[in-house]
Design a protein around this ligand. Structure first.
Ligand code: COA
Length: 328
């Protein structure tokens, strides 16, 4: 049976660091409040010339290099993002052109912070069906463009960055690859996380700009409760589906939203923190960028080795939530 295996991984973050100390000069907050509530110490911010497609392109080049593949080998590109360069064309088409790839299918997926795992799930299904052989699966966001730096309850949380995987068809004999994906959604929660304007509901106008409706609106404490429970549920779903136990997982890589959510989820799942990857303290929440960025860091720092079983999960606007079990 065909299976998709990870041949390459890469990531990219902007150089500019926005520290908690920098934020103190902008909003009424404190390093102590931010670190105790979120674990975040700093985040990366793209300069005004850097677009989502630029970060995606750089991450993809690194993933292709590791895979020892040429751009022309890719026949599918999927990007999970909520901050596309433009509403259309899809950012994946821009990345395709940047990389000089011809004719590969390319489209974006909007699934909030779960966008990367949704993209992975779709690419995995295509590869297992035999329709495509080599996919670039990308998760990237430039949240600084939709973050309201006058709103202290949200602006301390978010950062920019992303990563990419090269996923390739394999005959499955090695046992490696994507073992499962589970994706879920539950509409009706746009009151707790949304970007109100810029779509067909509230098109851009002087009024929408004056009302600051082109920025993220979030009710953090309400979202927190859903996050811990749904991240736990979808991780357990993956563990059960694969007939595994928590002890079989070598590394748990949850969505990097904040350390309190990560620690609470890990505790419910019975994972000691040594088995949990955390880099939110230096990047903040990069939405769809968070999982592939963390996977790249984990792999390149030796936390993931070939043959390891890695569980990833994420939750985001929608609500959407998802998991993937990977034998690396
Ligand atoms: C956002 C989050 C850190 C806030 O923590 P919290 O404990 O829920 O805090 P609350 O929102 O209840 O606010 C508590 C107080 O802190 C204040 N506050 C909010 N942001 C602050 C900041 N940056 N600095 C200082 N005080 C702040 C609030 O005004 C409130 O003050 P009040 O009690 O006087 O009204 C937390 O809710 C969270 O992590 N939620 C999940 C968010 C998330 O991860 N979203 C993305 C998921 S994809």
């Amino acid at each position: 049976m065909l299976r998709s295996i990870i041949k390459g991984v890469g990531s990219c973050v902007p150089d500019k660091i926005l520290s908690n100390e920098d934020l103190l000069k902008i909003v009424d907050t404190s390093d102590d409040w931010i670190v105790s509530r979120t674990g975040i110490k700093e985040r990366r911010i793209a300069d005004k010339n850097t677009k989502t497609s630029d970060i995606a392109t750089e991450a993809s080049k690194k993933a292709l290099e590791m895979a020892n593949m040429e751009p022309c080998d890719i026949d599918l590109i999927i990007i999970g993002t909520v901050t596309p360069d433009m509403i259309f064309p899809a950012t994946s088409c821009i990345v395709q052109n940047n990389l000089g790839i011809k004719k590969a299918a390319a489209f974006d997926i909007s699934a909030g912070c779960a966008g990367f795992i949704y993209s992975l799930s779709v690419a995995d299904s295509f590869i297992k069906s035999g329709q495509f052989k080599n996919a670039l699966v990308i998760g990237v966001d430039v949240l600084s463009r939709i973050t309201d730096y006058t709103d202290r309850s949200t602006c301390v949380l978010f950062g920019d960055g992303g990563g990419a995987l090269v996923l390739s068809a394999d005959n499955g004999e090695s046992g490696r690859g994507i073992l499962s994906t589970h994706i879920h959604s539950e509409g009706g929660h746009d009151d707790i996380l949304k970007l109100p304007a810029g779509g067909s509901n509230i098109p851009a106008s002087a009024e929408s700009v004056n009302n600051r409706e082109h920025y993220i609106k979030m009710k953090g404490s309400e979202l927190f409760k859903y996050a811990v429970n749904y991240l736990k549920d979808v991780a357990q779903e993956a563990i059960k589906y694969n007939n595994l136990n928590s002890e079989d997982i070598d590394l748990f890589v949850p969505h990097q939203a904040n350390t309190r959510i990560i620690e609470a989820t890990a505790k419910k799942l019975g994972f000691p923190m040594e088995k949990v990857f955390v880099d939110v303290y230096k990047y903040g929440n990069t939405s769809s960028g968070s999982i592939p960025l963390a996977l790249d860091e984990a792999y390149r720092s030796g936390r993931i080795k070939q043959g390891d079983i890695v569980l990833v999960d994420a939750i985001g606007a929608g609500l959407t939530w998802a998991s993937a079990m990977i034998k690396w």
